[in-house]
Design a binder for this molecule. Structure first.
Ligand code: SF4
Ligand code: SF4
Length: 470
């Protein structure tokens, strides 16, 4: 009887232009039939491996080990990639048509909320609730005290709201998840604190360069380095002047209460889409942790979809977001456009809260938790007839100099109250300088390391400065 013909194994073939030279196949080969190559492939710029056909018995183990989809394959199945609908939009949408169908922006919708009793919420939770009401269903984060509760709450709630929470492998990964999600035109945010925020700076620069929305809550804690987990306004210089490399700025909002943590988070999402730029919420460790009464707004936001989003449908298929410009002239123009956007922010987005400031001859300038102390000090001093008021910047960048300037007609002294070594004072001095105001005396009460200025030292400083005795 004739022996049946022995079935031949399909031949294993290397695609040199797709091989990255990682060497996994070398380890996988039981016959030591693959070795590192020595020649650069002109198409890929990598050095592909070499298969010794004299040794190889086509067992296929290297094919399984290769991380490249088509680096190693087998004949007759192998070399032509299988059509895969997500790889080539033409399998989904057909051939490109000469007349392009462009997506139109779907505007966000306002959805009324039923009236409810005020909630009692920790600051971090208030921020998370604000994000949900702003339509955010995609949150990425890496735990860091004193911000972690916000991410924890999102991890519990988002799966129930058809959303996604991903605990990233690091803050660097986190900010790049925000980049991707912002590029898809979706509202996205993260919760972090000072050391984590430092790690995100490069990614924030990329987001600004690519003009992507996203909200970053930085619950500031003392530094430098690991510092500790208490409250400090340690990153005001970073959020206002140091958002990674290049020509970068972002609107920075500074809450003083759980209510403002919620309200400013909602506002931050709107601003980040209005300007296609990240928005930073700068809180301090105390604000992340304190609990307070929080009223919910009468409505919430159902997000839309911007026309520029990199989204998986025919209308958005030509969209591209990028921060790389290989043409220098084009890159300068891009930077000019960013600067023009920053000027619009400076013109339109200055925010401040005033407390008994109209007739004040001395103003206390403070934000975050120190503004709460300063407000109490103003009350105490006013009871003694001292004409003092509080100027609380809500936007740290842009600094609300246009709101401050009219008050300086009457007030000729400023007392800065800060939980940092003058980082807010630097912003004030810069703003005064650019506004051409040079006739104001500036004094300060400062603490660091988690210690907050207390009411008594603020009142004493104001009395000293004003020459008022009890
Ligand atoms: S097919 Fe098997 S024998 Fe041939 S190179 Fe790959 S692992 Fe080695
Ligand atoms: S595993 Fe794949 S990519 Fe890596 S060296 Fe081998 S063929 Fe190249």
């Amino acid at each position: 009887m004739e022996k049946p013909e022995k079935r031949k194994r399909p031949e294993v073939v290397l695609q040199p232009q797709l091989c990255k030279g990682c060497g996994r196949c070398i380890d996988a080969c039981p016959k030591h039939g693959i070795s590192f190559g020595t020649e650069i492939n002109q198409e890929s710029g990598h050095v592909p491996v070499v298969i010794d056909r004299e040794i190889c018995n086509d067992c296929g183990l290297c094919v399984s080990a290769c991380p490249e989809p088509y680096g190693l394959g087998t004949e007759p199945y192998g070399l032509e990639p299988e059509p895969y609908e997500l790889e080539d939009p033409k399998h989904l949408f057909g051939e490109r048509r000469p007349e392009r169908h462009k997506a139109e922006t779907i505007e966000p919708r306002t959805v009324p909320l039923p009236q409810c009793e005020p909630l009692v919420l920790k600051g971090n939770y208030a921020c998370a609730v604000g994000a949900l009401l702003a339509g955010c269903r995609h949150v990425y984060g890496y735990p860091i005290t004193p911000s972690t509760e916000g991410a924890e709450l999102m991890a519990k709630l988002l799966p129930k709201l058809e959303g996604i929470f991903v605990q990233a492998i690091s803050e660097v990964a986190t900010i790049n998840h925000l980049y991707g999600c912002g590029a898809a035109g979706l509202p996205t945010m993260t919760f972090t604190s000072s050391p984590g925020f430092s790690l995100m700076l490069e990614g924030i620069s990329y987001m600004i360069g690519a003009e992507l929305p996203g909200v970053i809550l930085n619950v500031m804690r003392p530094g430098p380095g690991l510092g500790f987990i208490g409250p400090e306004q340690s990153d005001i210089k970073l959020v206002c002047r140091g958002l990674g490399h290049g020509n970068t700025h972002a609107i920075v909002l500074a809450p003083t209460s759980p209510q403002e943590m919620l309200d400013l988070t909602i506002e931050a999402f709107a601003l980040s889409f209005k300007y296609r730029n990240p928005v930073i919420i700068a809180a301090d460790g105390y604000l992340g942790q304190i609990t307070g009464r929080v009223n919910l707004p009468p409505s919430m936001v159902e997000p839309g979809l911007p026309d520029w989003a990199v989204w998986g449908d025919a209308g958005h298929r030509d969209n591209l977001v990028r921060s790389i410009f290989q043409d220098w002239v084009e890159l300068e123009q891009h930077n000019e456009n960013l600067s023009a956007k920053y000027r619009r922010m400076i013109r339109d987005e200055q925010r401040a809260n005033l407390f008994r400031a109209d007739d004040a001859t001395t103003l206390i300038v403070a934000c975050n938790t120190p503004a709460r102390t300063a407000k109490a000090a103003v009350d105490t001093l006013r009871r003694d007839g001292v004409r003092v008021g509080l100027f609380q910047p809500v936007s740290l960048w842009p600094f609300p100099i246009d709101k401050l300037t009219p008050l300086l007609e009457t007030a000729k002294q400023i007392v800065m109250v800060e939980a940092s070594d003058g980082q807010l004072e630097d912003e004030l001095r810069l703003a005064l300088h650019y506004a051409g105001i040079h006739d104001v005396e500036i004094h300060h009460v400062r603490h660091m390391g988690g210690i907050l200025p207390d009411e008594q030292e603020v009142t004493e400083k104001v009395r000293d400065v004003m020459g008022v005795r009890r």
